[in-house]
Design a binder for this molecule. Structure first.
Ligand code: GDD
Length: 315
């Protein structure tokens, strides 16, 4: 079995590569000339890396023709919500055009493969507190250009399944974290600040944005298992929530991190960290996916946060 991971050098890509290798799968992954390889340095002898610019149809055609994967895990994306306000066109172009290029190349070479699309709970956007837990039938009310790009990816998956019979499975993943999480994202950002304060590299002040938002966090190692099952057992043309089924405020997540450290830290709001519109609550119902695949999250949140903090302490 040959699997292709777009964005293999990223946070989720590196964990998925580890998971697939343990499952005796031959792993191929796309990188760009400017990709940082630190997350997959330990896998360099085990995976096959292909330089590919997903926005370029010729580059993607070469990739698909050369690799001829049985499975495609499409993870590569501009995935940081605030960046999408600064460069909305780039986010939408990157996320949407890259996926269309993959679909068209698969069609062109008549490849018989299964494709997982990493969609997002951000697609639900504005959620009234009475509308949780969120099922796949909740309204889609995106609140950022990033969310719009993910809605487009999601609906393109449905459209290519209906129009051409491509085996596309969309996973709407709620927040996920763990070791190697990019430092811009809230869990990693706070953990990194704490680790730096512990090491005396930074004054004992931790900068924060909106602490009232609520998020449903799953460990990345549970998430990559879900992605595998999505292609093994999920139905084409379907969309599945991947979530933990419980949520906490960002303040509560911060309190948990602080409880894992012994240093005294002052908390300060940084207005630059506030967003034009924030998604206030995301709490997912993953029962549709559980019924189909038997998946449920296994790693407790405290464990995830401890591993994340230790990751930053070790750097
Ligand atoms: N990044 C960041 N930094 N967020 C902060 C901070 C801070 O200092 N302080 C508070 N927050 C709040 C944000 O306003 C948001 O409500 C929440 O913490 C989570 O922010 P992020 O970690 O940046 O993630 P996200 O929820 O916007 O998006 C993530 O989850 C999506 C799935 O729901 C990303 O991983 C997306 O790529 C993913 O699709």
């Amino acid at each position: 079995m040959k699997a292709l991971i777009t964005g293999i050098s990223g946070f989720v890509g590196s964990h998925l590569a580890e998971y697939l290798l343990k499952n005796n799968t031959e792993v191929y992954g796309t990188i760009r000339h400017r990709s940082r390889m630190n997350h997959i340095q330990h896998l360099m002898n085990d995976v096959n890396l292909v330089e590919c610019e997903l926005r370029d149809p010729f580059s993607v055609e070469n990739l698909i023709q050369d690799v001829k994967p049985d499975l495609i895990f499409h993870l590569a994306a501009q995935s940081f919500v605030p960046t999408s306000w600064n460069s909305p066109i780039d986010t939408i172009h990157n996320n949407v055009a890259g996926q269309v290029n993959i679909f068209e190349a698969v069609r062109r070479f008549n490849l018989d493969c299964k494709i997982q699309i990493a969609c997002s709970s951000e697609e639900y956007g504005y959620v009234d507190p009475t509308e949780v837990p969120i099922t796949e039938l909740n309204p889609i009310r995106p609140l950022s250009p990033y969310a719009i790009s993910k809605v487009a990816q999601d609906y393109l998956g449905y459209q290519y399944y209906k129009s051409y019979g491509l085996h596309v499975v969309c996973t709407r993943t709620f927040n996920h974290t763990g070791p190697r999480r990019g430092e811009n994202f809230v869990t990693s950002n706070f953990a990194k600040q704490i680790a730096e304060i512990e090491k005396g590299l930074k004054a004992p002040v931790l900068y924060v944005g909106n602490l009232q938002a609520q998020r449903d966090f799953t460990d990345v190692r549970d998430v990559v298992h879900a992605y595998w099952l999505a292609l093994e057992k999920g139905d084409p043309g379907e969309v599945y929530n991947i979530a933990s089924g419980s949520c906490c405020t960002i303040q509560e997540m911060l309190n948990l991190l602080l409880s894992l450290s012994t240093v005294q830290i002052e908390i300060k709001e940084d207005p630059a960290r506030l967003r034009p519109s924030d998604v206030e609550i995301l709490l997912g119902d993953y029962s549709k996916f559980h019924k189909k695949t038997g998946w449920k999250p296994e790693i407790p949140f405290t464990q995830t946060m401890e591993d994340l903090l230790n990751y930053w302490r070790a750097i």
